[in-house]
Design a protein around this ligand. Structure first.
Ligand code: ADP
Ligand code: MG
Length: 252
């Protein structure tokens, strides 16, 4: 579904993505973690060409992103994205936020778009909030509207960039629960998050990035419990307070 082949990107002289090679199958859930500045957001944004790469290739659902004939509006309709800060249209209701793009891009009638939005609002537990403006919603509710808005385009892939890191702790689970149900329904998802519980429940693979590189890819236990790289071990011990077990300690 998504294939990175030796993808490289620079911001001026700063090499932010280094020889990224990764293949993500349809229905897979990939969690990306790593320190701030590692290139996680940039990597995610290259998938819908919000950031172009300078070298290498990315293929999404058969579309070569380097090919100038690849239609960006079409690509972005296939690849939904949810951001840390929700990015809802502030002057539109929850319902309008959801119906806008399907009407404009997918050509749905007002009635069709509204019916689709009602179903999605129900699915994210917000039927009763459809006429609320973003400022009247909690962060957790805004993020659930943002997810519904992305899903309204019926994307093939969903990208999430730290979707819960701007939320108060008690609101995190209501968003993660929506994401978990989406994962269980078979959605292809690429999620930048440090929510280890989410990763353990639904991630097929975890990618650890540092300094523009993919250092390790493995199952959640591979990466969280038994990482190979020293950098991964250090990161896990800092972020998740997982003790570093060195081989010497294990032998004792
Ligand atoms: P992460 O999401 O892992 O924290 P980012 O992908 O946001 O990392 O950033 C990777 C590196 O690229 C960082 O050093 C960041 O400062 C730099 N960077 C990100 N966006 C830009 C930009 N638009 N212009 C210049 N440098 C950028
Ligand atoms: Mg980021």
């Amino acid at each position: 579904m998504i294939k990175f082949i030796n993808a490289n990107k620079w911001f001026n002289n700063h090499h932010v993505l280094k020889n990224i090679t990764l293949e993500i199958a349809k229905g897979e859930v990939i969690v990306i973690c790593g320190p701030s500045g590692a290139g996680k957001s940039t990597l995610l944004r290259t998938i819908n060409k919000l950031e172009p790469i300078d070298d290498g290739e990315i293929i999404v659902d058969g579309k070569y992103l380097s090919d100038p004939r690849t239609n960006l509006t079409g690509l972005r309709a296939e690849v939904g994205m949810v951001f840390q800060h929700f990015n809802l249209y502030p002057h539109k209701t929850a319902l309008k936020n959801i119906t806008l793009a399907p009407r404009k891009v997918r050509g749905l009638s007002k009635k069709q778009a509204s019916e689709r939005a009602f179903k999605l609002l129900e699915r994210v537990g917000l039927s009763h909030r459809r006429d609320a403006f973003p400022s009247q919603l909690s962060g957790g509710e805004q993020q659930r509207v943002a997810i519904a808005r992305s899903l309204a385009m019926e994307p093939q892939v969903m990208l999430f960039d730290e979707p819960t890191s701007a939320l108060d702790p008690e609101l995190i689970n209501e968003v993660l629960d929506v994401m978990i149900s989406l994962a269980k329904e078979g959605m292809t998802m690429v999620v930048v998050t440090h929510e280890i519980g989410f990763a353990q429940k639904v991630a097929d693979r975890v990618v650890f990035m540092d300094n523009g590189e993919i250092l390790e890819v493995g199952s959640p236990p591979d990466i969280f419990v038994n990482p190979q790289h020293q950098r991964t071990k250090e990161f896990m011990s800092k972020v998740f307070h997982i003790p570093i077990f060195s081989e010497a300690q294990e032998e004792d």
